[in-house]
Design a protein around this ligand. Sequence first.
Ligand code: PEP
Ligand code: MN
Length: 341
Amino acid sequence: MLILLRPDVTAEQQRDVEDYVRTLGYTPHVIPGTQRTAIGITGNKGAVDPEPFRLMPGVADAIAVSQPFKLVSREVKPEDTVLQLGQGLRLGGPEIIVAAGPCSVESREQILSTAEAVKASGARMLRGGAFKPRTSPYEFQGLKGDGLALLAEARSASGLLVVTEVKDTESLPMVAETADLLQIGARNMQNFSLLEAVGELRRPVLLKRGMSATLKEMLMAAEYIVARGNRQVILCERGIRTFETMTRNTFDINAIPMLKQLSHLPVFADPSHGVGVRGGIPAVARAAVAAGADGLLIEVHPNPAKALSDGAQSLTFSEFDALMVGVRAVAAAVGRSVAGG
Ligand code: PEP
Ligand code: MN
């Protein structure tokens, strides 16, 4: 159920509506908009009777929400959510934001040189995992706290904002101290305790699609975060598992227009994991921008052959620079621009 308030609603009338929702045993969520404020209702098992709401002063209408995901749906909030990621960096508007960097933070030299290079090519955010959820327990697990310290140093040196993965609830407080954007990895998309924990924060979260997750499951995962009051969620398509073996994953280009249609949240694309093969990444990055992505997540390494994780899909500095040239051209063709580019 969504209650649309009149533009001239008073604070008292709005409070009465919220109180009435609570009296029924449900939770009201105030959704401010440029045209009107709405109140979403969650916690109901079946349909809620709209009539009593329609009769309340200050209420324009009460309508049922057809999708199982509510607060993240376009039905509930027709206009795009624009997130302020840092000073002057707005995601979800006309500007496309590029986050680039290594899969994992490996050393001071590696992260500082990458930050400088990707910034020079037009990235506005630095990516790099410090806590790495690896398929094998024998693979590099990340520098953990030391990696976070290096990311913080790279941020100070470059001015880039930091996006890094939060692997579990235990490390969340530590990661949240450094990260400007908290990444939830594909393997954790349905880690409900972690979703609830980041839902308690008021910090931006990049939610990556699980490798076998449907778009509905992804939107329901986002709903877990928003239902706890954290509206700063970014959806990220990173490829899904299919029968194809020439590529690591299959980047689902459909996801971008579908997510934009179904949800008001900004959408990122990660062609690095989506393709998993270096040569395919620039074309899929351009395709993602053409399809409406608001941001890109790209893996870049000073020496991909020596990378401790995801070397096969990491671009060199010059390959990343060339990718940005193509991305800027496509952005311009679809009436957008690349922030910092
Ligand atoms: C990553 O961004 O390096 C990563 C581990 O991504 P995903 O969770 O999409 O596999
Ligand atoms: Mn990676």
